[in-house]
Design a protein around this ligand. Structure first.
Ligand code: NDP
Ligand code: GDR
Length: 373
């Protein structure tokens, strides 16, 4: 147990924040998290970790804050005096970053600077270690495969350009001020807690809803994109390992296996007992049911359950990501436990469970919102 260590996590309410908080609590850490004020509660993913602040020995606390507000970050860091900061907070949706590029730059780029500068101003450079959530999106337009720590960057979205600043300002503060500041260049990682608008979760939710008769069709954008998908549970362990080394450094975290969006969808439908076949091409490509053993036979053979909607295409796309995790495997002794097939299984099972309640309500005459997305 890491007794008496204190961690501060930005983005605690996100997918990775939730898994990392649980991981660090299990290691004995005191965990502080920064959450944004929102008009609806946004702590679903960490509600199971909540501890009554009136009790003794509370090891999990959340603070209101925002990466666009430097004074607030300085105050929280001063109050919490963290041994480790995990900067996971970000406007993390690549497609949305084309709509709100300035906000993405402010949060994902300058937000990283604000954290680093707060550490410097508070004279914590010798105490506090910093993990920066860098991304495989930095590689963008394919320069080489697989992508390693030495592959040149070529970002392809406002999100990735903002993260490029976050990456280099982290390296610069490490070199200029001798800070223990590291980049984890993480390839896509998913889980049942993944945000609903990222492609894997969008697929597994739709598969569950289609199998349960709550949705007719799933609309997707580019089916040819290839991603190196791992499980978030495995990846938060790598974040922690990166901050436990003798010297600060940057690491690629990936599985080394890449899958198309099309094949991810095929595997997810199969997991729910629905065999699909793709036909047509480009914007006219669809997937039809070939065979179904799905729970209540809502899906008959021949039915189109997946179609392309060009609204989901991106102005500039990242076609192929496949990581070379050799450095992390050798230096951190880190290896992913989940294969992409096991990831799909975990996500589909969780979404089938999630939507089973709606199916029961519907079959008892309660009106349930039916929609295709
Ligand atoms: P999520 O989108 O699930 O979580 C993002 C978190 O950041 C949420 O807690 C969100 O709060 C918070 N946030 C957003 N804007 C701000 C802001 N202005 N100030 C403070 N907090 C903010 O992302 P993930 O958990 O998937 O990813 C974690 C980090 O890792 C991100 O930085 C992402 O860019 C990066 N990354 C993710 C990868 C992945 O595949 N998941 C791969 C590589 C990098 P709220 O809940 O209120 O929206
Ligand atoms: P990505 O993840 O952009 O890689 O960023 P996302 O799941 O959004 O897209 C992956 C690929 O799927 C294609 N795609 C679709 N994507 C979405 N969201 N919705 C669709 O309907 C759809 N159809 C096809 C996309 O075009 C893309 O090629 C994620 C985020 O978590 C980032 O924060 C992180 O840095 C990177 O992963 C690594």
């Amino acid at each position: 147990m890491e007794k008496n260590k204190t961690a501060l996590i930005t983005g605690i309410t996100g997918q990775d924040g939730a898994y990392l908080a649980e991981f660090l609590l299990n290691k004995g850490y005191m965990v502080h998290g920064i959450k944004r004020r929102s008009s609806l509660l946004n702590t679903d993913r960490v509600d199971h970790l909540y501890q009554d602040p009136h009790e003794e020995n509370v090891r999990f606390r959340m603070h209101y804050g925002d990466l666009t507000d430097a004074t607030n970050l300085i105050r929280i860091i001063q109050e919490t005096q963290p041994d480790e900061i995990y900067n996971l907070g970000a406007m993390s949706h690549v497609k949305v970053s084309f709509d709100i590029p300035e906000y993405a730059a402010n949060t994902d780029g300058l937000g990283t600077l604000r954290i680093l500068e707060a550490i410097r101003l508070l004279n914590l450079t010798n105490k506090t270690r910093i993990y920066q959530a860098s991304t495989s999106e930095l590689y963008g337009l394919v320069q080489e495969v697989p992508q390693s720590e030495r592959t040149p960057f070529y970002p392809r979205s406002p999100y990735a350009v903002a993260k490029l600043y976050g990456y280099w300002i982290t390296v610069n503060y490490r070199e200029a001020y001798n800070m223990y500041a590291c980049n984890g260049i993480l390839f896509n990682h998913e889980s049942p807690l993944r945000g609903e608008t990222f492609v894997t979760r969008k697929i597994t939710r739709a598969v569950a809803r289609i199998a349960l008769g709550l949705q007719d069709r799933l609309y997707l954008g580019n089916l040819d994109a290839k991603r190196d998908w791992g499980h978030a549970r495995d990846y938060v362990e790598a974040m922690w390992l990166i901050l436990q080394q003798q010297n600060p450094d940057d690491y690629v975290i990936a599985t080394g296996v890449s899958t198309t969006v099309r094949d991810f969808a095929r595997m997810a439908f199969a997991e729910a007992g629905i065999v699909i076949a793709f036909e047509g091409s480009g914007v006219n490509e669809v997937a039809r049911v070939v065979e179904s053993t799905s729970i209540d036979h809502f899906v008959e053979p021949g039915k189109v359950v997946l179609a392309v909607d060009p609204n989901y295409f991106r102005p500039t796309e990242v076609d192929l990501l496949i990581g070379d995790p050799a450095k992390a495997w050798n230096s951190l002794n880190w290896k992913p436990k989940y294969t992409v097939q096991e990831l799909v299984k975990d996500m589909v099972a969780a979404d089938l469970k999630l939507f089973e309640r709606d199916r029961i309500l519907m079959s008892n005459g309660v009106e349930v919102l039916k929609y295709d997305e």
